[in-house]
Design a binder for this molecule. Structure first.
Ligand SMILES: [Zn+2]
Length: 282
């Protein structure tokens, strides 16, 4: 596995960014400041590898407003996002672990997509972005059915954090589903994430978006739950991965072992990545 050395102690870490939204054109790149960032689908890999990140995970997000051709419905938008993720996977190879979208108003299509992706060896759903795809309830009947099929196929479901009570209910109803919540959030939301982690051993939290900048938050989480279920994530290209790397690598409240786990070890285990295959550069 590729490792990057940081800091005065010359520690080496494998860094897997569990939460990104890779893009294949300007329309699917929703960095608000992209015209200042010299970003392209071609230089994404070299840019992130330059920061020490050796793998990224996540979904491509197409939106109606960005494209000249508008989608007839949400499923068309989703199908196009999922198709683009598979094309990027071909381009990026082992660097990229694609995630795909599902939608509770399209249960049959979503379940077929799960079966198709499963056959292709894809195990990651999401990050799901209901606020973009026009839905909002993680406890609705349609999403229940989708989660049941996802669980049968041993999928990992990465989802955008929305209402706390609804997320509680989803975890209660689906204790066997591997769920990765995105974004710790501010204090009250983060505390609720920690409570949910206590409710289910299958509930993980990625550190992307809001939250990691609050000093001591990760130390608190590890003290309450251990380091195993926190995953490094940035939400690139929306957020700046350098800031998230600093938030973990330079956090003197964490031990080196904890950093190794959070930066890449936990994701490697969760995704079932074979360390020996990577080590010989496959
Ligand atoms: Zn995201």
């Amino acid at each position: 596995m590729a490792k990057t050395t940081y800091g005065k102690n010359q520690m080496s870490y494998e860094i897997i960014d569990f939460h990104t939204h890779p893009f294949d054109d300007d329309a699917t790149n929703f960095c608000s400041h992209k015209e200042y960032c010299n970003m392209s689908a071609e230089n994404t890999v070299s840019y992130l590898k330059g920061l020490g990140i050796s793998k990224i995970c996540g979904s491509v997000v197409c939106r109606n407003i960005d494209h000249e051709v508008s989608y007839a419905n949400e499923w068309e938008m989703i199908a196009d996002s999922n198709r683009r993720a598979l094309i990027l996977k071909e381009q990026y190879g082992d660097f990229y672990i694609p995630g795909f979208h599902v939608h509770p108003s399209y249960v049959r299509e979503s379940c077929e997509e799960i079966e198709k992706m499963s056959k292709l060896g894809v195990r990651l759903i999401g990050e799901l972005v209901p606020y973009i795809h026009g839905w909002q309830d993680y406890t609705c009947k349609g999403f229940d059915e989708i989660l049941e099929v996802a669980t049968v196929h041993n999928m990992i479901v990465s989802f955008h954090s929305i209402e706390n009570d609804k997320m509680d209910e989803m975890v209660r109803k689906h204790p066997d589903t591997i769920l990765v919540a995105a974004h710790p959030g501010e204090y009250p939301t983060y505390i609720r994430h920690l409570e949910r982690m206590k409710m289910s051993d299958n509930y993980y939290l990625d550190l992307s978006g809001t939250g990691l900048f609050r000093h001591g938050m990760l130390r608190r989480g590890i003290d309450e739950l251990g380091p195993e279920r926190f995953l490094f994530g940035s939400d690139y290209p929306v957020c700046n991965p350098a800031m998230f790397l600093g938030g973990v690598v330079l956090d003197t409240l964490l031990t080196e072992e904890e950093k190794v786990a959070i930066l890449g070890g936990n994701a490697r285990k969760l995704l079932g990545l074979d360390s020996s295959a990577d080590a010989i550069g496959k």
